[in-house]
Design a protein around this ligand. Structure first.
Ligand SMILES: [Zn+2]
Length: 647
């Protein structure tokens, strides 16, 4: 009886068969968005997006308060430097985020807004099939907008979408795809369309365009061992292109190019919160350099491609690290304001605190609903909906893959049987993950889940009995079983605090996929200054304010490396808060870590800028040892994450 009630509560349409893998060389498919229901803290995060900036484009100002892609966006409010394609790039980011959010939460208003743009874009195609605004030459906005169209297709299976995309790509020449900033990124959509239509001309165009090279991260740049200094977003967008080529051709050379490009990004530019330096160019692994909020979204979008194509668990670990830390760390917890640049250490966030070389002293590190350059204010809507869209994937032989962990439910049809799995967990704040299966009849399929790379000790039980299989950290594990209603699989991942070193810079603490930071109490004031660089743009909703945050307590802490022993680090888990409340709220965090520190001589740069970490060996202690509490990085706005080492 219970099962019938449970199944009846899920929309019947959710039980469509697992979609076929259209990329024949891909291990997993990533198109289960229409089958996934986010729950728990993840649902609350998405809900805050809905009631926050994503649902309030008037607060974001231009170009988000326009018709978006359901018409022509007037060119207003833009600075002299603004490019003609900006407003379409930015609104393409925004549409992808709001449409996915709409589908994940079942919000008809958001869905309609996203779908209206897609209908208009298809209806208003040029006679030769070209999609997108006819007055702009750049093909880059369409490379982004394709993702909104794909999200729509994954839910609606509207045949007009691949048909319109096919005509669009066939209207282009190979040279169109190569010459023009980020035009090559269109290969992502072009190859997806090839997967749907099997028109051999599309695959031929993609291979020819990529072989021509000459764009910023071409095959030669991917293959070399040299450090790449380039625009962070462009790096993420382009490193996955050869991976898509591999997914449709099986040519290993393409795979190697993508893996090498990503390897170099991680080797040369990675920050502890899981996203590369990008201000806006990659700039080494100096923790004083920020990343652009766009990079949280674009890097994890690229990693999702690595995950689906290779089926390698390490990509899921990396996605989680960036999404659980860097993402929420760049927004206020009500999703009412975002930073353009965010830093792992940021002890001040005002209209003049940006310490990066680029736009130094300007508003770019401030939490604001409106930014001078609008890309991040569009891209910020995508990172969590994209993540939620990929929690569950399908694999070969009817496999159901729990690719990324978070509270959620998934409903699919497997071998003619309706199958609903609920994943109850407070992950990433806790390592216990409980899966309960409801099926319309017993059905055999491989259930695939992950033992993360950071996890030293794990255990799996099936209906209360220990599952005796070797569980290797950093791998996906396959459980082959005839699943019956009421079956329960519990995965327990031990989370121990770890002290990590950033070579030649400082130390930080993490536990499982979460980074921990000292949240610095701030004096928060509304900043009503109308900055000349904003071209008059202001939030169109008084509830969404530009904030000025200055430190209201000491933040100048350093650590003695020898004192950071296991015995000196204590973890406090408030089990009540794991299941109630919102773990990213500063006052609701369920896990705290306490460490010994000493205050050191360390001041703001020039009195107003976010200060760089003291050079190694120069942090002079000015007080004795005391203990401070660290909280999950994503719950902070002002924070100290990487501590200088007191010699
Ligand atoms: Zn941006």
């Amino acid at each position: 009886m219970k099962l019938i009630t449970r199944l009846a509560s899920v929309a019947l349409s959710a039980f469509v068969a697992l979609p076929a893998l259209s990329q024949e060389y891909s291990v997993y498919g990533d198109s289960l968005i229409g089958h996934i229901t986010p729950c728990g803290w993840l649902r609350e995060f998405l809900h805050r997006q809905q009631t926050g900036l994503t649902g309030h484009p008037e607060a974001l100002s231009y170009p988000y308060n326009t018709c978006l892609w359901a018409g022509e966006i007037e060119r207003t409010y833009e600075s002299k430097e603004a490019k003609d394609w900006w407003r379409y790039e930015q609104t393409a980011y925004y549409t992808d985020g709001l449409l996915r959010l709409g589908y994940l939460l079942g919000d008809e208003e958001l869905i309609k807004k996203g779908e209206d743009g897609i209908s208009y874009t298809i209806r208003e195609a040029s006679p030769n099939g070209r999609l997108g605004n006819k007055k702009i030459e750049s093909l880059w906005p369409m490379a982004v907008y394709f993702r909104a169209m794909k999200a729509s297709y994954d839910v609606t299976h509207n045949p007009q979408i691949p048909a319109a995309l096919e005509k669009n790509y066939l209207s282009l020449t190979v040279n169109d795809l190569v010459y023009g900033r980020r035009h090559i990124v269109n290969l992502e959509g072009l190859l997806w369309t090839y997967g749907q239509t099997r028109n051999p001309r599309l695959l031929q165009m993609a291979e020819e365009a990529y072989a021509k090279g000459g764009f910023e991260l071409d095959a030669k740049a991917c293959a070399s061992d040299d450090m790449i200094r380039m625009h962070g977003v462009t790096y993420s967008e382009m490193m996955k292109i050869p991976l898509y080529l591999y997914a449709y051709t099986g040519k290993k050379d393409y795979l190697e190019l993508a893996l090498n490009a990503q390897r170099k990004m991680e080797r040369d530019h990675m920050l502890p919160d899981g996203v590369q330096t990008s201000a806006e160019f990659t700039a080494g692994n100096d923790i004083d350099i920020a990343h652009e909020t766009c990079d949280v979204t674009d890097y994890t979008w690229a990693l999702g491609c690595f995950l689906a194509v290779t089926g390698d668990a390490r990509w899921a670990d990396r996605i989680e690290k960036a999404i659980f830390n860097a993402g929420p760390g760049a927004v206020t917890k009500d999703f009412g304001a975002l930073q353009y640049f965010s830093c792992v250490n940021q002890v001040i966030a005002t209209g003049s605190s940006d310490n990066n070389e680029y736009r130094r002293g300007k508003t770019w590190m401030q939490y604001r609903p409106v930014h001078e350059t609008e890309c991040c204010a569009g891209n910020v809507h995508r990172f969590m909906p994209n993540f939620a869209s990929r929690l569950w994937m399908r694999g070969r032989d009817n496999a159901l893959v729990c690719a990324l962990y978070s509270p959620s439910e998934v409903s699919v049809e497997i071998d003619g049987a309706a199958c609903h799995v609920s994943e109850e967990t407070a992950y990433p704040f806790d390592g216990r993950i409980e899966f309960t299966f409801h099926t319309s009849r017993p059905v055999a399929f491989p259930f695939v889940f992950r033992i993360p790379e950071w996890c030293g000790k794990s255990e799996v039980t099936v209906n209360g009995k220990r599952w005796k299989r070797v569980l290797r950290a950093g791998t996906f594990v396959e459980m082959n079983r005839r699943f019956r209603s009421g079956d329960r699989v519990v995965v327990t991942l031990e989370m121990e605090p770890e002290v990590k070193m950033v070579e030649g810079q400082g130390v930080y603490v993490q536990r499982g996929p979460l980074l921990f930071a000292r949240a610095i109490a701030a004096k928060v004031e509304e900043d009503t200054t109308v900055y000349p660089n904003m071209s008059g743009k202001r939030s169109g909703n008084a509830a969404f304010q530009c904030l000025s945050m200055t430190p209201a307590e000491p933040w100048n802490y350093g650590v003695e490396r020898s004192r950071l022993t296991k015995e000196n680090i204590s973890v406090a888990v408030d089990r009540g808060r794991l299941s109630v409340g919102y773990p990213y709220d500063p006052h609701g965090v369920p896990v705290k870590i306490s460490i010994p520190v000493r205050r050191v001589k360390w001041d703001l740069l020039n009195g107003t800028l976010n200060p760089p970490l003291p050079e190694p060996g120069t942090a002079q202690p000015i007080s004795g040892e005391e203990r401070i509490e660290l909280v999950p990085y994503g719950s902070t706005t002002l924070r100290l994450t990487v501590f200088p080492v007191v010699e």
